[in-house]
Design a protein around this ligand. Structure first.
Ligand SMILES: C[S@@+](CC[C@H](N)C(=O)[O-])C[C@H]1O[C@@H](n2cnc3c(N)ncnc32)[C@H](O)[C@@H]1O
Length: 124
């Protein structure tokens, strides 16, 4: 919620998840901080964001979500579709050595985390 302050008085956030209870938690947190009118809540999987218009958001961010998404390429296409030109994506995922076909390939970072900033290409 503190990120709202960095967006100025016009900043708005769309919370999306497949869990209604998670969205209810976000709604309660936003309400507690008087920010509900700047929030929208979308019950949808990351690879089916039809409720979010094309080129309508400045940033997409996920944390520990993509590991659960079966069609990760489609999720990336959806993130790219909803981002405005020049928009950014910040994707944070944990390494999970137990799900790797080659646990040794994870080496010493097997229990660490990885964060990437993805900048859309083609001028977007
Ligand atoms: C480990 S929790 C992380 C929650 C939150 N992002 C955080 O960092 O605290 C994983 C979240 O991914 C959501 N999730 C699982 N599969 C999903 C999917 N296909 N599309 C969108 N969200 C999904 C779950 O409902 C859950 O809220």
């Amino acid at each position: 919620m503190s990120k709202f302050a960095e967006q100025g008085p016009e900043g708005r956030v769309i919370f999306s998840d497949i869990s209604q209870s998670l969205l209810d938690h976000c709604r309660a947190a936003a309400n507690a901080e008087g920010l509900l009118d700047r929030c929208r809540f979308v019950l949808a999987p990351a690879d089916q964001l039809a409720a979010v218009a094309d080129a309508s958001v400045d940033a997409v961010t996920t944390r520990s979500v993509l590991i659960y998404v079966k069609d990760k390429a489609q999720a990336m296409r959806e993130f790219f579709r909803v981002l405005r030109p020049g928009g950014r994506a910040s994707l944070f995922e944990p390494f999970n050595v137990l799900m790797s076909a080659d646990p040794d390939s994870c080496g010493h970072r097997a229990h660490g985390t990885h964060e990437a900033i993805a900048l859309p290409s083609n001028g977007r």
